[in-house]
Write a protein that binds this ligand. Structure first.
Ligand code: ZN
Length: 460
């Protein structure tokens, strides 16, 4: 009603009729406004995901593929093979993984790795470790082992000799006494580092711990997990990555030592901490319906249904059977993201053990660019020393770094850079004794992505 007519009515004493809402005139505008508000909220909540999925990830994948193309790895001339593998993986022997031997070997084949040092918890007596989880299978060497809640990872010993309630130091001592190899995992957890007996290796990176550091909003996670992950799994994983410099500094502290603690030999490894338990699955319930739960062995229902659709899906399947599943952390993905390379004389467990104990190893984020072909050595007096070796300092001795593709090489002495080059190689005549190691970074979009961490050469 026009306002003039309304005023006339009021002034004449005629009772006012309530104004009728004009659906024809205002409805479309309201709907349009509502749509715009919803679209803005949706766009705002999914902005990061959309930007990653359509800009960041494709660009990163293209740039890395180009670098991979350019790789020219030099063959090794010392009779050793650069074997790429995984430390710290769980199987169905662990309380929090359902990974079968077949899934593990398949994941390893797809990730193109050569070996896996398994770490199951709780410890399984050797006689109960299935033959499919030890020795060579389809070209992959599997070495059974254990992870304790105190933070020890260990292999090549009778797991019954370790008390699960003992301290980390006591467990390491027990493993050494039983002839095994012990390491320390999860540097993200507090450990009595300076008070531990000698141990072989430590993780300078743990993928599982790293992923847990990222706080995702639910709306963002859904798009990343279901839409980006199948096409760009490594790029999504890289979105969870945090520079391990703090753990590397801790490792330096152990190998270099200080006034109170002499330096000690510790081999750096990467912890893939693969479980294949981050996902969802539908399991047939005792009522003949379906339960939505995660991909760990515990069936903790997130949702449950016995409606006709659920019953139809479940029909013909046994109670407890998984009728559908979707995995974020497939073994293949966890195995590919980061690797530990061993310069070994062969694939057998004893040859891998020897390379590990000698520190002939390096850590690389091979999901960026395959690092095989990287080498760090010391040539002096007609002798060639490898990563992990102790060598006498010689006047003409040269530290050599070689790469399969040009990148930023940083040579460090006792944790401090002494030489840098953006090249496929670096040569440095060492004048002082010390703990020498190499870090390599890839150029990407104006940032230096951590790529390779060598083990040290100890010049005495
Ligand atoms: Zn673990």
């Amino acid at each position: 009603m026009p306002w003039k007519k309304k005023r006339k009515q009021r002034d004449s004493g005629t009772p006012l009729r309530p104004t009728r809402f004009n659906f024809k005139g205002c409805g479309c505008v309201s709907l349009l406004l509502l749509f715009l508000v919803l679209a803005t909220v949706l766009l705002y909540s999914q902005w990061t995901f959309l930007q990653h999925r359509f800009v960041t990830y494709p660009r990163m994948a293209d740039a890395l593929a180009e670098l991979e193309e350019k790789r020219r790895p030099a063959p090794r001339a010392d009779g050793r093979t650069d074997l790429r593998g995984v430390f710290h993986s769980h199987s169905l022997l662990s309380h929090d993984s359902m990974g079968t031997p077949a899934e593990i070997v398949r994941g390893a084949k797809l990730a193109k790795i050569d070996f896996i040092f398994l770490t199951d918890h709780p410890a399984t007596p050797p006689k109960d470790v299935p033959p499919e989880l030890q020795g060579e299978h389809d070209g992959i060497t599997l070495i059974p082992g254990v992870e304790t809640s105190q933070g020890m990872i260990a292999w090549f010993f009778d797991t019954r000799t370790v008390d699960p309630k003992a301290s980390l130091a006591e467990q390491i001592t027990a493993v050494q006494a039983a002839g095994g190899v012990a390491g320390v995992c999860h540097p993200d957890e507090p450990r009595p580092w300076d008070h531990l007996p000698p141990f072989t290796a430590m993780e300078i990176y743990n993928l599982h711990a790293d992923a847990k550091k990222t706080k995702w909003t639910m709306s963002y996670r859904v798009g990343e997990m279901f839409w980006s992950m199948p096409k760009y799994p490594m790029e999504v994983f890289y979105g969870l990555f945090h520079d391990p410099m703090g753990y590397v500094a801790l490792w330096d502290h152990l190998t270099i030592g200080d006034e109170d603690h002499p330096g000690r030999r510790v081999v750096a490894i990467a912890g893939n901490d693969a479980h294949q338990n981050n996902g969802v699955r539908l399991v047939v319930s005792p009522q003949g319906g379906l339960v939505l739960t995660d991909t760990s062995p515990k069936v903790e229902p997130m949702m449950e249904s016995t409606n006709w659709l659920a019953r139809r899906f479940a029909s013909g399947h046994a109670v407890g059977e998984t009728v559908w599943r979707w995995d974020a952390d497939l073994y293949e993905r966890s195995f590919r993201f980061v690797n530990t390379h061993l310069l070994a004389t062969g694939h057998s467990p004893s040859e891998l053990r020897a390379a590990l104990e000698a520190g002939h190893a390096y850590v690389a984020f091979d999901s960026l660019v395959t690092a095989t072909g990287f080498d760090f050595s010391y040539r002096a007096l007609d002798q060639r020393f490898l990563m992990g070796d102790e060598a006498p300092l010689s006047k003409q001795g040269v530290l050599s770094v070689d790469l399969p593709v040009s990148a930023l090489i940083s040579l460090k002495r006792n944790g401090v850079p002494v030489a840098q080059a953006h090249d496929t190689q670096l040569r440095y005549t060492a004048k002082e004794p010390g703990v020498y190691r190499v870090e390599v970074f890839l150029d990407y979009d104006g940032t230096a992505l951590p790529w390779i961490y060598s083990n040290p050469i100890y010049l005495k």
